[in-house]
Design a binder for this molecule. Structure first.
Ligand code: SAM
Length: 344
């Protein structure tokens, strides 16, 4: 039997997520896609839990249309009355998680809200007794969540993903692995492709390439000596197809013209620097150099928060055609992912 799941993802990337999920889960049946949330059915729980490009995944336990003008607790109470929980399915999903404490939580339009426990007391007791797990409101290791969305729906879900990389584990400026994966997925890689990230920083993009994609050679460079040392240490030459070098991305003379198939990169944004002309100049030089080393049918994927300066540079150099732009948020800041190809 197929179960119904919900995965959340970076807003602005619905079309990419739809394609990836279809590619990844053979029997998937997409029910609905909202901005930042996809509802789908599949029998393949293993694949569901291993999706590399979503934020969190949940087992869907209830869904109803909801009124955004009435109170959250009022709408939740209506959904609680209509719930028809299948405890054997929930058990199946809890077993591999090996968790024993739970809490019911509520999120209204991205913000946690407090629950009127008169509404959920009964539900809590049933969940506890049927699943043999304990209520723990302070330190739960299993989460049941009521979520109301601006599209006018309310969902009741069991969270399945508990081992995500937390923001605390990421260095400042390091991309989330899901975002790096999504950017790489736009680069059409295969076993023949030569791919590079000339602003690799902590290596979030090359790490996704070598872990999850087919490629022929991967070049990762940055002008920061410390970061390159760190990355080299991590890989200790044990990957013969990965080349980590300290290089200035504005001068990549060690590459001949038309050598690289795909560049996936997250250049400095410098949005806090007021010398705007300076950064347009930086991006112009960067675009000219990347254009030189890219093959004629090559592809350039750029994540950019300094949209004004970057688009000005793109116009000035007039070397790249913008095939697609995805408008996203990175740590609450507006950013674009550009899919660029060379003018023929
Ligand atoms: C936005 S960060 C990239 C972060 C990276 N995606 C990560 O997840 O760690 C930009 C990187 O560009 C590097 N950088 C700045 N100017 C550079 C230049 N001229 N050549 C090469 N790298 C440069 C910085 O050292 C920094 O690591």
């Amino acid at each position: 039997m197929k179960n119904c799941y919900v995965s959340t993802f970076i807003s602005g990337l619905s079309s990419v997520i739809r394609q990836l999920i279809i590619k990844e889960i053979a029997d998937v049946e997409i029910i609905q896609v909202f901005d930042g949330l996809i509802v789908y059915k599949t029998k393949d729980l293993d694949k569901v839990c291993k999706l590399k490009f979503v934020n969190n995944t949940f087992l869907l336990l209830g869904l109803q249309k909801t009124n955004l003008d009435t109170s959250f607790n009022n709408e939740m109470s209506k959904l609680v009355k209509r719930l028809n929980l299948n405890f054997s399915v929930i058990k199946e999903h809890i077993k591999p998680l090996k968790k024993k404490n739970f809490k019911i939580m509520a999120i209204d339009k991205n913000k946690p809200v407090s629950i009127d426990y008169h509404i959920t007391n009964n539900l809590e007791s049933i969940i506890s007794s049927k699943l043999n797990i304990h209520i723990n409101k302070r330190n739960p290791d299993l989460e049941f969540i009521f979520l109301r969305r601006t599209e006018g729906i309310m969902l009741f879900m069991l969270k399945l993903t508990y081992n995500r990389v937390t923001e605390k584990k990421l260095a400042q400026g390091e991309l989330r692995p899901e975002l790096a994966y999504l950017m790489v997925s736009l680069a059409n890689l295969n076993e023949n492709k030569i791919v590079m990230d000339p602003f690799c920083g902590y290596g979030s993009i090359p790490k996704q390439i070598v872990r999850n994609f087919k490629y022929n050679m991967c070049f990762a460079s940055d002008n920061n000596e410390e970061l390159i040392k760190k990355l080299k240490k991590e890989y200790k030459n044990n990957n013969k197809k990965l080349f980590i070098k300290q290089r200035d991305a504005l001068n990549l003379s060690y590459f001949e013209d038309n050598f690289i198939d795909s560049i996936v990169t997250d250049p400095p944004w410098n949005i806090f620097d007021k010398k705007e002309e300076h950064f347009t100049k930086f991006y112009r030089k960067m675009l000219v150099e990347l254009n030189r080393i890219l093959k004629d049918d090559g592809i350039l994927i750029v994540l950019m928060g300094n949209i004004l300066d970057f688009e000005k540079a793109l116009d000035d150099v007039n070397l790249f055609k913008t095939d697609e732009v995805f408008k996203i948020l990175v740590n609450g800041k507006k950013a674009n992912i550009y899919v660029l190809s060379k003018y023929k």
